[in-house]
Design a protein around this ligand. Sequence first.
Ligand code: FRU
Length: 909
Amino acid sequence: MRNTIYILLLFLIEVGCRPVQQEYTIGVSQCSDDAWRSRLNQEMIREAILYDHVTIDICTAYDNNEKQKSDIRSFIDRKVDLLVVAPNEAAPLTSVVEEAMEAGIPVIVVDRKILSDKYTAYIGADNYEIGKEVGSYLASLLNGKGTVIELTGLQGSSPAIERHLGFVSALSHFPDIHLLTREDAGWNLEPARNITDSLLRQFPNIDAVFAHNDQMALGAYEAASALKKEHKITFIGIDALAGKGNGIELVRDGILNATFIYPTNGDKVIQTAMQILRKKEFVRETILHTAVVEASNAHIMHLQNLHIAELDGKIGQLKDKIDVYLSRYGTQKFILYGSLFILLLVLGLLVVVIRSLKIKNHLNVELSVQKQQLEAQRDQLITLSRQLEDATHAKLMFFTNISHDFRTPLTLVADPVEQLMKDKNLTFEQNELLSMIRKNVHILLRLVNQILDFRKYENGKMEFNPEIIDLDKYIQDWNISFQAAARKKSIHFTFTTNSEDSYRMLGDPEKLERIYFNLLSNAFKFTPENGSIQVALNMADMGNGNRELTLIVSNTGSNISPEHVQNIFNRFYTLDRHHSGSGIGLALTKAFVELHGGTIRVQSDSETGTSFIICFSTSKSLEEASIMPLSASQSFISSQILLDDREIEEEQLDMNKKSLLIIDDNPDIRSYIRTVFRQDYTILEAEDGMSGIRKALRYVPDLIISDVMMPGIDGIECCRRLKNQVQTCHIPVILLTACALDEQRIAGYDGGADSYIAKPFSSSLLIARVKNLIESHHRLKQFFSDQPELAKEDICDMDYEFITRFKSLIQERMSDSDLNIDVFVREMGMSRVQLYRKVKSLTNYSPNELLRLTRLRRAAILLGSSDMTVAEVGYCVGFSSPSYFAKCYKNHFGESPSNSIKQKVGVTD
Ligand code: FRU
């Protein structure tokens, strides 16, 4: 693995450090197109292969100066890196070569020259020297004697000029050799042939022809041959190229006598070009040398050239193979680089993965440590929270117990204080102190009761008795309780609803009332004089038959900061030292709201004041539902109670005294009330609502005093059930409660209570209220006793029905002497005691007295209005013995029946 990475790195370093190869373009401007130039071009191309990134771009001017100038300018425009120029003629091409130099392009002049030295390098043969060697060679062939004609190349080109000068110079040493003429054949075969033909005609004895190149020499030979003079003339050319029709072959074939090598050296041209381009040292003037090719060496030269050509071919093949290999190499290199790149990527990824894994492992270790720490912390927190919970529970238990313990003594403090305050001899200060005690006892009682209620809620023991109610109506009722407070503080108190909406909901009226009274009490407490309190009810349609009922209680003049708004519903949370309160009231309110599945929130700011917003979910379907009368829902429980009653053994009460039933779970309170009433009343006691109901059914007391808050069914429910039983509905009920708020008072009245007294109660108030209620029944009795018909409006429906039925039963069966209490018990569906107590309570007579009295009244009527005898009347009204009838009659009316007949007293029934 490490080795692979090492190799990869080396490779990357190698590739990275390799110098960036520059691309070179070498422009070649050739003056002409012939074998010699072809060879020069091939040599340059072959040499360029040895250099990477070199391109040879060749243009031929076809012996045309203008075209060559244009070619060179085009190269300048294309910004070639270097120019190789073989100028057609010196003078016309000089300026354009200088242009290229000025454009910053190096120029190598080859073969022919220009008139200026503004070029970078020159490579070519010494044409003067060549001309000179040709002159000497020819002189020796002619043995220093003879006639010669010279066919020159283009006379504006430097080789033509220099070769001539060299030739003339050599011949000057041989006075017997005569240069007959010098003619410009422009380097080409055709003109040379034509010129020679005419010269042969002009000079019939020409011994030799010197042509500046082999092609012109061949042209001269062909002209001579045409005139059959070729064997008499020596032909000498220049170039000595290999290949068919070229100099060496012409010599070998005996056409030319000799040719002088004019070296091409294309390889040297490229070598020099690359030195220049690479800014390396180079030879500015490279002069190439010549050699003669004649019959003696032509053959070997030919063979050598063939071999060279063969080798050239092989080099070509080699180059092709190299090209193939290079292309393969290129592909392989691409694949290799690609593979290496992928390998590198994979390695990179591997490294990343390995690192990630390491990091992950590291993190996992850290995480597991952290997890352990967190778990330890969590366990600690759980333990702490349990301890806290236990402590809170213990604290709340303590509060609850204390609250229970406080309630009774507080009640027992409150009443004596009331008693003391009645003393007219109290000084002002004493009276003030007692008022303070009374006020604070009441506050304590209220707090204690709130704590108890809250505990009930927290323990899930808070009862929830929902029924379909119209909240609008309830609030209207409750608002009555606040009118006085509003007037007293000059508070603008309003209640708004949308008259088109119905505000029906499923709610527990008692809890709703407590919610409302708590919010309103707070509002009245915190609203300054002349402020305003607004209560609003809204009903919003939430779709699918669902609705939301919103109750908003707003008041001006109070502002609760956002920090307090968050906590205001938390239990025991108080705003600050200046706002008194246990922090229970709103917590309890919220608890009651939540019992209804509702929400409560508060909004407050210094400008608009404070608003409590309660939302209840309700349903459109409630609109159609009828509000269930409470009595209907109690019927099952009533019959249950009746059944229980039959099992109870009947006891006799002291009939001389009125009886009171005290229902309270607190024995001290029961004992206190007993103390208050013991002298004048027979006292019955029950420790909870159910046993209270059972005792009421069993003994039918004259009055019931019941606590409201009790285990099991509370006082209000107890009262409601009693008022729904025919046996007990006539019994006045006084409710006692520890809660001073009017909400329970209203709930109590709603349950049918005849009176309501708040704890701590004043004993004199209680005595007065008991007396009053019993007397009001007495008045009813008086009325009933004196009047033959019942006044329906003075008693409840059930009592009216009961009495009517009882009376008609007597009327119907009056003549039956066996009619007695047992018949009534059976017919009226009551126990003997119940019937007795009920009849006695309503009429002030026992059932038997009532039966006898009714019989006697009927008898009086019969005696006065019929012709019946006393005995007949007695039997008729149900007396089995006329003497007993006469005795009872006299006892009741003060005179005997026979006297009544005589006086014919008129009595209406
Ligand atoms: C080829 C050529 C040669 C001659 C040379 C002189 O174009 O004519 O035959 O030797 O040019 O520049």
